[in-house]
Design a protein around this ligand. Structure first.
Ligand code: SF4
Ligand code: SF4
Length: 275
């Protein structure tokens, strides 16, 4: 059997990138037992953690990009290994050296789009509000009740634009005083942060925050869970606190307040999913 000596330098790099909690793992395997990946293919967070503890991580492997950061295993881990943050630390190392596994190679184009146009598709920033053409949607102005922030997908994806248009139509129907910031918006930055590109995330976040503050925004309505999480839980690290509300909550409030009414029964049981 080969004796493997810990690679101290790599351990230090992983630690410096935020993966210090790996060392707390005692290999119980609970993370693998609850990980949804293992219903469709083999993926072991436990193994990833073990390799990182000894500085044996192969940053060219697909595995460091597989965790979807769903949050299930951190809830179970008896040692608070912080699988998501620690896993992002490995991606940070790969990002630092610009080493991407085949499945993660689109990140290069995504970064370029975010840098140049503020969205991951590299679509023209100036067309960001085109989804609202023909609707009575105003530019956000100070004093309005709420800023509607459709994410990059709802702004550019042909199918998801329907979600943004439907949202605006419902808000208008309920008489909500809302506006959008269109070409002044950036991607919230959630996903690029999960690839370990902290600098790009910070740039996007700071620009968004400046735009919100300059335009007098205090309440932000979102339909993307990524925007919701980022604005609510991650932007406060920049010493700002916007009120963030998800469309599902907001619609419930409007219905409860009698500002929206159902005209007829909808005899189906439905599940709301990330649009
Ligand atoms: S659940 Fe935590 S302690 Fe157990 S193997 Fe996974 S990371 Fe290690
Ligand atoms: S956070 Fe990642 S490793 Fe943990 S259960 Fe979810 S997908 Fe699996």
């Amino acid at each position: 059997m080969e004796t493997v000596v810990p690679y101290k330098e790599i351990i230090e790099v992983i630690k410096a990138s935020g993966g210090d909690a790996f060392k707390r793992c005692f290999q119980c395997g609970l993370c693998d037992a609850v990980c949804p990946w293992n219903t469709v293919r083999n993926f072991s967070m436990r193994k990833l953690v073990r390799e990182a503890t000894f500085g044996l991580t192969d940053i060219e492997t697909e595995d460091i990009w597989l965790c979807t950061t769903c949050g299930r295993c951190p809830q179970q881990c008896p040692r608070d290994v912080k699988q998501i943050e620690s896993g992002v630390a490995l991606r940070r190392v790969a990002t630092q050296y610009e080493v991407y596994a085949k499945g993660a190679s689109p990140i290069r184009a995504i970064k370029s789009g975010l840098n140049a146009q503020g969205n991951p598709f590299g679509e023209n920033r100036e067309t960001r509000a085109n989804w609202a053409e023909g609707l009575s949607v105003k530019p956000f102005a100070e004093g309005m009740d709420v800023l509607y922030f459709p994410c990059c997908y709802s702004s550019y994806d042909p199918r998801l634009k329907k979600v943004a248009r439907a949202t605006a139509a419902i808000l208008n129907k309920a008489g909500v005083d809302f506006g959008i910031l269109g070409s002044k918006e950036n991607c919230c930055g959630e996903s690029i942060r999960k690839t370990g590109d902290e600098d790009l995330f910070k740039r996007l976040a700071r620009e968004n925050i400046k735009t919100f503050v300059d335009n007098g925004v205090s309440k932000i309505l979102v339909s993307s869970p990524h925007c919701y999480h980022t604005f609510k839980n991650e932007y406060p690290q920049f010493k700002v606190n916007f009120e963030v509300v998800h469309i599902s909550q907001y619609l419930f409030e409007l219905v409860s307040a009698g500002r929206l009414e159902f005209k007829k029964d909808f005899a189906k049981t439905v599940t709301y999913h990330d649009p």
